[in-house]
Design a protein around this ligand. Structure first.
Ligand code: ATP
Length: 276
């Protein structure tokens, strides 16, 4: 009997080892599962390998002179490793890069249109519906639709970058540091949008140095340390752990503004309970 097919949007990373050139090994035997429609947070200090993991999933690693040495990435059982970034977008995995790169000279609407490049065969009605959905999620983008994207604030540019990715109708959204450099109120807004995206059935792999925010949003979290999975477990458990609160959350009220700004410390705790 054939094995049961996993549900649509299940991302599975198995024993992934990635290097840059001969001397930099950025990931070592990393395994991670994102269930369909789930939110998984990937935490870690600077240089832990978070962006490398996202680049590998989105097929953009070669642009950074990186290469997969071993391991695999699959979506619903179909291998993505070695496929082009265009193929991976068409398969439903879309990345919002760190630094929210938008086309600053283009209007907000034209930036959103650029997200449609990954969508095949969309009729006018489908495209209109995509714009309507995106503008409903980000009303500020509707108000600014004719303005050059470069004139938007940092938070609005983050929303535009997310909106552009959503125009491709992803089954899995890869978010790289969406809170980076944003004021707490804007971070709270972005968090609400991530929850809404999730409630509409899209899976989210969320890379964050802001552990408080990530653990509020995610179902499950992984902590990378020098390219290896150091801890993994349900976000609720990680959030409640005294050691994680002290070392990763700074013992602050994670619902408050200060908690929303908390960042990972450089030293990771050795919690055998969640060791991978
Ligand atoms: P940050 O939050 O600072 O972006 P990160 O967790 O995303 O950190 P990566 O950017 O994935 O970490 O980096 C992992 C390791 O790979 C680091 O040692 C980094 O110096 C190295 N690295 C990243 N990009 C390259 C590259 N293009 N060429 C060589 N080494 C790289």
């Amino acid at each position: 009997m054939a094995p049961p097919q996993p549900p649509p949007g299940t991302l599975s990373i198995q024993d992934l080892t990635v290097s840059y050139g001969r001397s930099v090994r950025a990931l070592t035997e990393v395994s991670l599962d994102l269930p369909a429609g789930g939110i998984v947070a990937l935490l870690g200090a600077n240089g832990a390998g978070k962006s490398t993991l996202l680049r590998t999933v989105s097929g953009t690693l070669a642009l950074h002179s990186g290469a997969v040495e071993s391991g695999s990435i699959s979506l619903d059982g179909t291998r993505l490793t070695g496929r082009s970034s265009a193929h991976i977008v068409a398969a439903g995995v879309v990345q919002v890069p760190e630094g929210r790169r938008v086309f600053s000279a283009l209007s907000v609407e034209d930036n959103l249109k650029a997200g449609l490049l990954g969508v095949r065969g969309g009729s006018r009605a489908v495209v209109r519906a995509l714009f309507d959905e995106t503008y409903a999620l980000f009303p500020v983008l509707a108000e600014r639709r004719r303005q050059a994207a470069g004139l938007l604030s940092g938070g609005e540019q983050q929303m535009l970058a997310m909106g552009r990715a959503l125009m491709a109708r992803p089954r899995v959204l890869l978010l790289d540091e969406p809170s980076l450099g944003l004021a707490p109120l804007i971070v709270a807004k972005i968090a609400r949008v991530i929850r809404r995206i999730h409630s509409q059935g899209t899976g989210v792999l969320l890379v964050e140095q802001n552990a408080a925010l990530a653990l509020q949003l995610a179902d499950h979290a992984y902590v990378l340390d020098v390219g290896r999975v150091r801890l993994s477990g349900p976000a609720a458990e990680l959030r409640e752990s005294d050691e994680v609160r002290r070392l990763y959350l700074g013992e602050q009220d994670v619902e408050g503004e200060e908690g929303a700004q908390a960042t990972l410390s450089d030293g990771h705790p050795a919690l055998s309970r969640w060791s991978a």
